[in-house]
Ligand binder design. Structure first.
Ligand SMILES: [Fe+2]
Ligand SMILES: [Fe+2]
Length: 251
């Protein structure tokens, strides 16, 4: 743990031009670590005064360092389809597919210059922006059913970071939906300028958020939560409801 913290600190203090070198140097410390250990080390750094924003940046850096190892570990996890984590991961797949569609729509809209020529794309955009509002249920289930359990096990910082992300996504999704729906009142250029940064933000950051959950947060939760707790999580899931699909066993 101490070595891991030192490695994180080194990354934290590295100047941009040294970052690649430092990344190579500290790689070995991350190799044998597990997500829980990593979370606890990060938490201690925050208690020692590293800001949450800085930690977020750091998180991207060590994620980059650990990517292959984490991904290989996460891939080995086998769970029944009815397990809360399976449900969340399946929803991620649908969300990612729709993020790709969103990106594609933006590319198409960028090469036309009027609503007349883009009717089909604008309709798909409306549909998609509605879909993304619906995915709030997914975040709600994470925040209300999963995160409190992690916190009970002493893992408090990662949920906080993910919650901040959720709030940011929510605001962008709302704006996107508003612009898509009010499309007729605007001229095309203004419309395009409104949606472009929102779509760019979501495709980049939501995709990364999902990656971190699939490969760090969820494996960590699987490590610390007891079997009985997962049943409670699932009950809460059912009470909150689902967005992209209903699980097989309640269909
Ligand atoms: Fe999330
Ligand atoms: Fe998620």
């Amino acid at each position: 743990m101490e070595r891991l913290k030192q490695a994180l600190k080194k990354l934290h203090e590295a100047k941009p031009e040294e970052l690649d070198k430092v990344k190579k140097e500290v790689r070995k410390y991350f190799r044998d670590t597990n997500p829980t250990e990593l979370a606890l080390a990060e938490q201690e750094l925050i208690q020692e005064g590293v800001s949450r924003n800085e930690l977020k940046r750091l998180c991207d850096v060590h994620l980059d360092v650990m990517k292959e190892e984490l991904h290989a570990k996460a891939k080995r996890i086998r769970l029944p389809a009815s397990h809360p984590i399976s449900i969340l991961k399946d929803e991620h797949k649908i969300i990612k597919r729709n993020l790709k569609r969103l990106k594609h729509i933006l590319e198409k809209l960028s090469i036309v210059n009027s609503f007349e020529k883009a009717r089909q794309q604008v309709n798909t955009l409306k549909e998609l922006s509605h879909f993304f509002l619906e995915t709030e249920k997914h975040h709600q289930r994470e925040e209300e059913a999963l995160f409190p359990r992690l916190e009970e096990h002493g893992i408090t910082e990662p949920p906080q970071i993910f919650k901040e992300d959720h709030a940011e996504f929510k605001a962008k999704k709302k704006s996107l939906n508003e612009i898509a729906m009010a499309q007729q009142e605007k001229d095309f250029k203004e419309f395009l300028e409104g949606i472009t940064p929102l779509i760019e933000f979501l495709t980049k950051n939501l995709e990364e958020h999902i990656y971190k959950e699939d490969n760090i947060l969820y494996p960590m939760a699987l490590e610390v939560l007891e079997k009985e707790e997962w049943k409670e999580v699932r009950k809460k899931f059912d009470a909150i409801g689902y967005c992209c699909f209903a699980p097989e066993d309640i269909k």
